[in-house]
Design a protein around this ligand. Structure first.
Ligand code: CTP
Length: 403
């Protein structure tokens, strides 16, 4: 996500300064070019050498260290960056920024930057709750600055409350969100993911091999691109992305109900779930005991959720389905695209290495209603998610007369 991005990190003087080493390491691993500027107080908690080693770049500590390719350090640094991060953001730097004070390198960078700026406050709970600090934060938010709320817990000063630096994953997700073009802002996207479980008795159920990874990747990518995302998920082992509203379901009937509740108000629906086609006719309320050498379980058909969505599809709504096949992929994909009244059908041959259910990658073919078939190469599921969203967004824009 951060390949080729230039991120400048301003570190100020709080104990959470030591946590920025891990943040910088993650940013560099994600492909960002990271420049670090430190206040004098920050250097009391962690040394510039740590960041020089982690970033491979010189660390900037002095406003008047005018050796930056012949330019003016704070102007060059501020303008050649895609994102300015202030971590940890103390009450002091927040106060200075809110009042236009630029008396050292980090505060001057904030004044000079024209890129997005994100503050991650970390301080004692009383300082954070101090009305002056809160007024300063509101003022900065009103000016368009981004904030990642501190977490609650035991603080370094021994007090328990709100003021701990937000978790690294939360900070990284906010960075991704800020740097991702918000082309789905204002849209509601409904995604389904995972398998369904059809109970047989209190200890057994029928299910399938779906891991949910593809649907979760789509939900996360859509949320990062600015959509309001509802993720209706069957049972999986994946931690739900922070940015989506998750509805956990178990059976196909529950998924059907949850999807219908949100479908009419959704602009885009992507049905990546592997829904069980049949469920046991009866659910025994006690454990079924073994008796004869063979047994037959009568099954009845589940509702075809996607088929129903196709029947009630609204004029400007875009509907995307999946087809996981083991043979005759093209034949089945084309018929599902038409029979279920879809706008796109994403098909994969689950027998291919790298395209199976629990894989981190997928190899998909995209079927369009005009007969076009696009064969994408093997990709990480996150990248496949972006490709699907790009195409769905294009159809949506055309349908809305936007391009
Ligand atoms: N689907 C659904 N409800 C069902 C079955 C499938 O919404 N009861 C959706 C899936 O989420 C997927 C698409 O329909 O987006 C295709 O699912 P798939 O299982 O491949 O197709 P089926 O229609 O069930 O046909 P078959 O099992 O015969 O291949």
């Amino acid at each position: 996500m951060l390949e080729g991005k230039r991120i400048t990190l301003g570190i100020t003087g709080g104990i959470a300064a030591y946590k920025t080493a891990e943040l910088v390491s993650s940013l560099v691993k994600a492909g960002a070019d990271v420049q670090v500027a430190m206040t004098t107080s920050a250097q009391k908690f962690i040394t510039p050498l740590t960041f020089e080693v982690l970033t491979g770049n010189p660390v900037h500590t002095d406003l008047f260290q005018n050796d930056f390719s012949g330019g003016v350090l704070h102007i060059d640094l501020a303008q050649k960056t895609d994102l300015l991060l202030i971590v940890p953001a103390t009450a002091n730097i927040i106060g200075k920024a809110a009042n236009g004070i630029a008396d050292d390198l980090v505060s001057t960078l904030i004044m000079a930057a024209t890129c997005p700026i994100m503050f991650c406050p970390a301080m004692n709970v009383a300082m954070y709750n101090n009305p002056i600090c809160q007024i300063n934060i509101s003022k900065l938010k009103d000016c368009g600055y981004h904030f990642v709320e501190p977490a609650s817990g035991r603080l370094a000063c021994g007090v328990t409350g709100k003021g701990r630096l937000a978790e690294l994953t939360t900070i990284l997700q906010s960075i991704d969100q800020i740097l991702t073009p918000q082309d789905l802002a204002g849209l509601k996207v409904l995604v389904t993911a995972g398998p369904t479980r059809e109970p047989l008795d209190p200890v057994r159920y029928l299910t399938n091999r779906s891991s949910g990874k593809m649907g979760y990747a789509i939900a996360n990518a859509a949320a990062l691109r600015g959509a309001k995302v509802i993720l209706v998920s069957g049972p999986t082992h994946i931690t739900p992305p922070d940015l989506v509203d998750i509805v956990q379901v178990e059976t196909a009937i529950e998924m059907h109900d949850a999807v219908l509740k949100h479908s009419d108000s959704s602009d885009l629906i992507i049905k990546a779930a592997a829904v069980a086609d049949y469920r046991p006719v009866e659910i025994s309320d006690h454990k079924i005991k073994k008796q004869a050498d063979s047994m037959t379980v009568p099954l009845q058909k589940n509702p075809d959720i996607l088929g129903n969505l196709g029947t009630r599809k609204q004029e400007k709504q875009v509907l995307v389905g999946f087809a996981a096949e083991t043979h005759d992929l093209e034949l089945y994909a084309k018929s599902k695209l038409i029979n279920k009244n879809l706008d796109l059908l994403i098909a994969n041959d689950v027998t291919l290495p790298g395209a199976g259910f629990d894989s981190n990658t997928n190899i998909v073919r995209i079927f369009w209603t005009d007969g076009t078939i696009e064969a994408l190469p093997k990709m990480e599921k996150g990248q496949v998610a972006e490709e699907i969203l790009d195409r769905a967004a294009k159809i949506l824009r055309t349908r809305r007369g936007e391009s």
